[in-house]
Design a protein around this ligand. Structure first.
Ligand code: ZN
Length: 143
């Protein structure tokens, strides 16, 4: 069987969420580099993130589910500054200089300072800790 990368994730929570949805739909999948990145998150960028691997034959179905999930996620949260849905949960690692300093920082037990998970709005370019969560009832999922 040929396995290909469906999507890469910078944290295992999103990766597992997506994997669960695919398995529910009967699509076989597995995560590559998960252990490494969970243990050493700052290596995520170097390794290219946690890779969600699927069978090549399932790519169409898997992409459909992936896009649906992304759409729901996008519609569920909004920027607290401008109410845009064009936001994403990102790993802000601008303060970590390079991989060596990342490892050193991690070994010294303060890696949380260098790696920061945050939300970013691509509309107004602001970063924030928590987006505004909309009520599910307000969303028109059928569109
Ligand atoms: Zn905004």
């Amino acid at each position: 069987m040929d396995f290909i990368i469906l999507e890469t994730f910078d944290n295992y929570i999103d990766a597992h969420l997506m994997m669960g949805r695919l398995e529910e739909a009967g699509i076989k999948c597995w995560l590559k580099d998960e252990d490494t990145i969970t243990l050493a998150p700052m290596l995520g960028n170097a390794l290219g993130g946690i890779k969600l691997m699927i069978n090549k034959n399932d790519i169409d179905d898997a992409n459909k589910i992936l896009n649906e999930l992304k759409e729901i996620k996008r519609k569920s949260f909004a920027c607290p500054y401008c109410s845009s849905h064009n936001i994403e949960y990102i790993t802000s690692s601008r303060k970590t200089g390079n991989i060596i300093s990342s490892i050193l920082t991690w070994l010294m037990g303060s890696y949380a300072i260098g790696i920061k998970q945050t939300w970013r709005c691509f509309n107004c370019n602001k970063e924030f800790d928590e987006p505004v969560e909309l009520n599910k009832e307000d969303l028109n999922m059928s569109e």
